[in-house]
Design a protein around this ligand. Structure first.
Ligand code: IPE
Ligand code: IPE
Ligand code: MG
Length: 253
């Protein structure tokens, strides 16, 4: 059984503060270009925003923060940029895990692991194990993640566990426990910085009824005030999940 009911199976509870925020951290390269800096300077600066968002979400009482750090398509970038990002990933893991653990934050990584260097995989496993029992904010980093990969790997895992499903009917309740984020409710709010209005193969399944928010602000410039604007926009939304306005109770937000 899945831990959380799917939004297409039952109407979820809607809270004033989103329980789960998923973000595409985009615009690092353009932030740097505007300043006549190399693209990688934008990635470095982007880590500061990441830190700020973890702190802000933790303080606001958000339960799950999910950040897209590296997509399954980002391997197509120039080799020097990919190497820089891998190095940065390792440095940030080394430097931050201790601090996250002290704050009671549970760290999770979703995505393929077989294309990372063994030292990165070891570091990921150690970080997850160390923070597994923490009960504060759950911070998920999506790295070498793709939404289509997720649905396919879940299907394959289900069929390995339950070969009888190959000839039967697979329903949502059977599949969702195998999705990469089965430990979290579906995102309430999706934020993409950097001006593009697309999903770029992020959480395709899980975003079915998520409120989408796009901003032109580049990720390194995104801050608490910008996050508050995104949350305020979310609070204005009427989350109908297929129903009519008249069927909704007055929201108390
Ligand atoms: C997002 O910023 C970071 C990663 C994809 C790793 P970009 O590097 O995509 O920045 P832009 O979109 O080129 O400005
Ligand atoms: C999406 O950003 C992935 C991450 C932020 C990690 P991209 O910059 O790679 O997306 P596209 O290529 O513009 O769609
Ligand atoms: Mg981009």
């Amino acid at each position: 059984m899945a831990l959380f009911k799917s939004s297409t199976q039952a109407v979820p509870e809607v809270a004033c503060v989103p329980r789960h925020i998923a973000m595409i951290m985009d615009g690092n390269g353009r932030w740097a270009k505007k300043r006549f800096l190399p693209r990688v300077a934008g990635h470095k600066q982007g880590v500061e925003t990441l830190r700020e968002m973890v702190k802000a979400c933790d303080e606001l009482g958000v339960e799950f923060l999910t950040l897209f750090a590296f997509s399954s398509e980002n391997w197509r970038r120039p080799q020097e940029e990919v190497s820089f990002l891998m190095g940065l990933f390792l440095t940030v893991l080394e430097r931050e895990v201790n601090k996250l653990d002290k704050k009671g934050i549970r760290l999770k990584l979703i995505g393929r692991r077989d294309r990372f260097a063994p030292e990165i995989v070891r570091m990921i496993e150690a970080a997850e194990a160390r923070t597994a029992a923490n009960t504060g904010l759950t911070l998920t980093i999506a790295a070498d993640y793709g939404g289509r990969w997720d649905v396919l790997q879940a299907t394959q895992a289900l069929l390995r566990a339950r070969p009888d499903f190959a000839t039967g009917t697979v329903d949502e309740d059977a599949l969702t426990p195998y999705l990469a984020m089965s430990y979290a409710p579906e995102p309430d709010l999706f934020v993409r910085t950097g001006g593009e209005a697309r999903i770029s193969n992020f959480l395709l399944w899980q975003l079915a009824y998520t409120e989408l928010y796009f901003t032109d602000v580049f990720w390194p410039d995104f801050d608490r005030a910008q996050l508050q604007i995104a949350i305020d926009s979310y609070r204005q939304r009427e989350r109908r999940f297929g129903r009519t306005s008249e069927q909704l109770k007055e929201s108390a937000c």
